[in-house]
Write a protein that binds this ligand. Structure first.
Ligand code: CA
Length: 227
């Protein structure tokens, strides 16, 4: 059974989300402030975290940064929630590098669809277990990524994006197709998310970041490499 941690101080919202997730077959953990949320995430290693931004004690951004710094939680997917819909907040939310983002009010069904899409990204891919492209090596079973044989921590979203581009190397991929494939839908806000993820991905790839090209008015492309 997959475990989902809900970090949300508004108890009626946490209970409503929890109830719906339990009914959908997930084990649910709850925390009502950022400090407890961080502790439970590190101790229980959930499969996914639903993290509210406005929290007492330590806000969602601070919790997220801490989880991404700690090797025990660096790979746990995070969906962020906020009550505020102002553009600045949305953009700050996206730039943290969260795997997905949802603005309140939302329906439990919508959250469930997002959770399922994010968890699907972390699933083991069928077929070949390993895929190599130039300096990149993907272990699809363990979701581990190696750069020049050195392990690099990619989130499951970054892993899936890069693998998708590498498996289609030399062919520019349309941004809406990337969004639909990796996030499960495409809209204007998530278009920003895609760019944020690509920026972080390039940073993690260091000198090989240039292999990921931006194709103006289209999307992204990973160049072909000769064996
Ligand atoms: Ca809150």
């Amino acid at each position: 059974m997959q475990k989902i941690l809900i970090v949300e101080d508004e108890r009626d919202i946490a209970d409503l989300i929890g109830f719906n997730l339990q009914r959908a077959g997930y084990e649910v953990l709850k925390a009502h402030d950022g400090i407890a949320g961080t502790e439970i995430a590190l101790r229980d290693r959930p499969d996914l975290i639903v993290l509210d931004i406005m929290l007492p004690g330590r806000d969602g951004y601070a919790v997220f940064r801490e989880l991404r710094r700690d090797p025990r939680s660096v790979n746990i997917p995070v969906i962020m929630l906020t009550a505020r819909a102002q553009t600045e907040d949305r953009i700050q939310g996206l730039e943290t590098g969260a795997d997905d983002y949802l603005t309140k009010p939302f329906s439990p069904k919508e959250l469930l669809l997002r959770i399922q899409a994010v968890l699907k990204r972390s699933e083991v891919a069928p077929g070949a277990v390993e895929f190599t492209h130039g300096p990149f090596r993907f272990d699809k079973n363990a979701l581990k990524f190696y750069l020049d044989n050195e392990p690099v921590d990619l989130t499951s979203t970054e892993f899936k994006l890069l693998l998708y581009l590498c498996e289609r190397s030399g062919k520019p991929q349309d941004r809406n197709d990337l969004l639909r494939t990796v996030w499960g839908y495409s809209d204007e806000v998530h278009s920003r998310t895609l760019d944020t993820h690509m920026k972080r991905l390039r940073q993690k790839l260091g000198i090989h970041g240039t292999l990921v090209e931006t194709i103006r008015n289209v999307g992204y492309c990973v160049g072909s490499v000769t064996a």
